[in-house]
Write a protein that binds this ligand. Structure first.
Ligand code: MN
Length: 128
């Protein structure tokens, strides 16, 4: 019998990024959920309780820091690892994402050759 797939919610307003990451991660056996806005992200979390969240920082309705802090406020969701996806590592986004409660960060543009490895590293960290 097949193992239950690991579920990932990718919060990202850019359609091309969503297509790319979905393709890569589905081919690795992950089950993907997506949200293009913060509101949609809350809906998805409630409905699907993902094992991990990939969080774009620049979003139209609410930035990824604020959204992460809101998710982490809820005891039911606090243990879901959240990985910030940010292009702005030079502007202190790494520090800000960790302050907001992110469990780690991935730099944009996403390197698809190491994405799975990064995800697995943060999953293991969250469960240790
Ligand atoms: Mn964005």
């Amino acid at each position: 019998m097949a193992e239950k797939p690991v579920t990932i919610l990718y919060v990202e307003d850019n359609f091309e990024n969503r297509i790319l990451v979905r393709r890569v991660l589905e081919s690795e056996g992950y089950q993907m959920f997506e949200a293009g806005t913060a509101n949609k992200a809350f809906e998805q979390i409630e409905k699907n309780l993902p094992d991990l969240i990939l969080m774009d920082i620049n979003m139209p309705d609410m930035d990824g820091y604020t959204l992460t802090a809101k998710i982490k406020e809820n005891p039911a969701y606090r243990n879901i690892p959240i990985i910030a996806v940010t292009a702005n590592v030079m502007r202190g986004d790494k520090e800000r994402s960790l302050e907001a409660g992110c469990d780690g960060y991935i730099q944009k543009p996403i390197d698809i050759d190491i994405l799975t490895e990064q995800i697995e590293r943060y999953r293991k960290k969250a469960h240790s």
